[in-house]
Design a protein around this ligand. Sequence first.
Ligand SMILES: NC(=O)c1ccc[n+]([C@@H]2O[C@H](COP(=O)([O-])OP(=O)(O)OC[C@H]3O[C@@H](n4cnc5c(N)ncnc54)[C@H](OP(=O)(O)O)[C@@H]3O)[C@@H](O)[C@H]2O)c1
Length: 252
Amino acid sequence: MQTIWITGGSSGIGFATAKEFIANNWQVVISSSNKIKLESAKKKLELNNHKNLVHAIVCDISSKNNVDETINSIEKNIGKIDIALLNASAYSPNKNQIFDIANYELLVDVNIKGTLYCVNKLKDVMKNRNNTIAIISSPLGYRGWPTAGAYGISKAAQLSLSESLYFDFRKLNINVRVICPGFIDTEATKKNSFKMPFLKSAEYAGKKIFNRLTTGKEFEIIFPYLIVYFFKFTRILPYKIYFYIWKKLGNF
Ligand SMILES: NC(=O)c1ccc[n+]([C@@H]2O[C@H](COP(=O)([O-])OP(=O)(O)OC[C@H]3O[C@@H](n4cnc5c(N)ncnc54)[C@H](OP(=O)(O)O)[C@@H]3O)[C@@H](O)[C@H]2O)c1
């Protein structure tokens, strides 16, 4: 039986992806930092008599020790991790935000350092097993968006990290992949105060992630195509045009 570890599996995209993998008879370990939320997610996942396939371990990815212990415990007591979906993320948008150092620190600790701690331990246990590390970044990492500096640098870091590790981890026989979803309706995006074009459900994202992770081998997984390709296109726009678009969109 194959095993996937999903960080941040207690809600949103992580939870929906867990559901898909369980429905397809994978053994799933979800983790997140809030014990009550995690236990409630586990119960929901067990509803369809999949009790033996669902495991939950509290793990705050911003703690290196916690990450090391969690991965050791999965490998020893549950099964070898075939896919690690590094999905957990902190997100605290604030449209009036100019520069809030506490928010930057939180997002650096969870999204950047947390991802690094996971990768650091996974590289030891996954070495020469042809396993996969899939990191969920975001199109917000493609360019700097107004009021999204903290989240943006964390997602840009994850994207750049994934690209570098794609090369480096080939030597360890570990596949590194990156996932960049468009707008998905979750607890995180409910905090957004702007209208999100092409908003899709978490279930939609879960199905896309399951299908692409289990059938393809390509480095990048994006969905829905239209909006993500639009964001990709903005990467090559000169600053004059890029800034002009934001001025027209929101007087930034
Ligand atoms: N929704 C979108 O439109 C969208 C678009 C592009 C990319 N993404 C990316 O997709 C991923 C999932 O986002 P989502 O929208 O599904 O968000 P979400 O519903 O807010 O889920 C985030 C998950 O991360 C966990 N988490 C937060 N801090 C943690 C920590 N310190 N340690 C461990 N787990 C932690 C949360 O659980 P606890 O609170 O229990 O810790 C929760 O399970 C993120 O990486 C996000 O950047 C989302």
